[in-house]
Structures are given as structure tokens and as C-alpha cells.
Design a protein. Structure first.
Length: 278
């Protein structure tokens, strides 16, 4: 039986239901994990808006954790805009039996589930209403045979709407990492994600700034394409850690386009990796 923490003590899913501390914040609100699976820690990677590189950050964290010998899975909850399978060169269709659906496995051993792995035509748009999408996300937790994982990373859709709410209400997320970019809107973007996590009583591990700068390949000059970083100001105001500032690196995009993201070497997420493991 998977052991999780409620507000005041460590308990099993059965004992929590009758606990004096049981309320909407405890385990009885969550979907039941697949019977044959055990997930030690769940981390959601989210942002208050789209286009900041959540999938790149999620995939980079997964690859670096796998290199250190941890068993890692990625749950791609961005149902209408899934990109994780493409980044890792996963083109198959998931199979299932009485144990559940079997996630696809990348070259470095990362288990992945995504709506694109359920579709015969990978380019077919997912034109589903919110309740259907939410049901699929729940099933990615309850019906997928994850086996034993040290870390399950959830690549969240942008914003703070239906699907992020479903994830937080249905899956026992331990911590959140917020991804942002160096723009004037950064404070608003981060605060939206931070306030949502806080309302759902989920700890924010820290922030990662993507597209932080570009380093000139000829002279090593740092060019702040999207303006001066404001993440340190936001960090100080909200009291949350800066876990990394990722530059724009063409090689990352090339590996993602070629489906070879298992080969990425992203030293810029090392602080985040240390915090996750700690």
C-alpha cells in the first residue's frame, strides 16, 4: 500500500478515511492509484500561462533524474497539446490488459503516458469537452500500470483552469515547480500558479525561468532577448526558491524535434534536481 501524508500525520489511504483530521485536503478525495503500482513522489510542473517551456523543463528533469538511477515517469496531462511523446521519439500506441494500460518507455527508461499514445493518427486534433479531458487525466493515474516509481512528473497544461484543478483534486501531488519566462508579465504569471497551489494546500518547491538569456556562440556575450530577468524579485516577494535559469539552447530544440531528448545534457536544472531529491 502506498503511504502518503495527511495534514498532521503519516497514514495509509484506508486509515485516513476515519482519521480525526480527515477533510477535503486528505487522501479520501483522490482517485485510487492502479493496484499494481507504487509511486513515491508526485511533482507537477505548471505555469500561469502557455508557451514558457513546461514540457522542456519536465523532460529535462526526468532525464536528469533517470541518469541518477531513479525510476521516473511522466504523466502528460496537456491533453489538447501533448508534446512529450514527440520529444522522446515515442510513436507507438499503448497496450493494456487486466493490470491496466502500459506506458511507453523511452530509451533511458522513463515511463510516459500521453493522449497521443492512445491515438492511431498522432496528428488528429483532440476536440473534447472539459469533463472528458478531466476523466482521461484521472485515468492516467488510476488505470495506468506505472509499476514502481521514485518520481512521477506531471506535465501540466497552461493556466489554472479545468485540467490543473482536476489534477490537484484527483492526484496526490506532493510539490509544484512553477515555470516562467523573463517578461513583464512574470509576476502575474507566477502569482496565479502560486496562489492556485496554495489554495489546494500543495507546497511550491520553487521556480524555473526558461528562455532566460541567449549566449552568443562567438563571443559568449549574454543577450537578454526577452528583457531583464525579474524572477529574483518575485522569489523574494513570495518567499520561494529560484531553482534554475535556463538559457535558449538550439541543441535542446534539435533533440526534441528529432525525438532524441533522452540524450539532452541540461546542467541548468541541477539545482532543481537537488531540491527534488532532498
Amino acid at each position: 500500500m502506498e503511504e502518503r501524508k495527511c495534514n498532521n500525520s503519516s497514514c495509509t489511504q484506508e486509515s485516513c478515511a476515519g482519521c480525526s483530521n480527515a477533510n477535503d485536503n486528505n487522501l479520501n478525495r483522490y482517485e485510487k492509484l492502479n493496484d499494481k503500482s507504487k509511486v513515491n513522489k508526485v511533482i507537477a510542473i505548471m505555469s500561469g500561462k502557455g508557451g514558457v517551456g513546461k514540457s522542456l523543463v519536465t523532460s529535462s528533469l526526468a532525464v536528469e533524474l533517470a541518469k541518477k538511477g531513479y525510476k521516473v515517469g511522466i504523466l502528460d496531462s496537456d491533453v489538447t497539446g501533448p508534446s512529450i511523446p514527440k520529444m522522446f521519439g515515442l510513436n507507438g500506441t499503448v497496450k493494456g490488459d487486466e493490470a491496466g494500460l502500459y506506458p511507453e518507455i523511452t530509451a533511458s527508461g522513463i515511463k510516459v503516458i500521453s493522449v497521443n499514445l492512445l491515438l492511431e493518427d498522432k496528428e488528429e486534433p483532440v476536440i473534447w469537452r472539459g469533463p472528458v479531458i478531466s476523466t482521461v487525466v484521472k485515468q492516467f493515474w488510476s488505470d495506468v500500470y506505472w509499476g514502481e516509481l521514485d518520481y512521477l512528473l506531471i506535465d501540466m497544461p497552461p493556466g489554472t483552469g479545468d485540467v490543473p484543478l482536476t489534477v490537484f483534486q484527483s492526484i496526490p501531488v506532493d510539490e509544484v515547480i512553477i515555470v516562467t519566462s523573463p517578461q513583464d508579465l512574470v509576476k502575474l504569471i507566477v502569482k496565479k500558479a502560486y496562489n492556485m497551489a496554495e489554495k489546494m494546500d500543495i507546497h511550491v518547491l520553487g521556480m524555473i525561468e526558461n528562455y532566460s538569456y541567449l549566449k552568443c556562440p562567438d563571443c559568449d556575450k549574454v543577450i537578454e532577448i526577452f528583457g531583464k530577468s525579474k524572477i529574483d524579485e518575485v522569489s523574494k516577494e513570495l518567499g520561494i526558491k529560484v531553482l534554475g535559469k535556463l538559457p535558449i539552447i538550439a541543441e535542446y530544440a534539435k533533440l526534441a524535434d528529432e525525438g532524441e531528448f533522452d540524450n539532452v545534457e541540461n546542467e541548468y536544472v541541477e539545482t532543481a534536481i537537488k531540491e527534488i531529491i532532498a
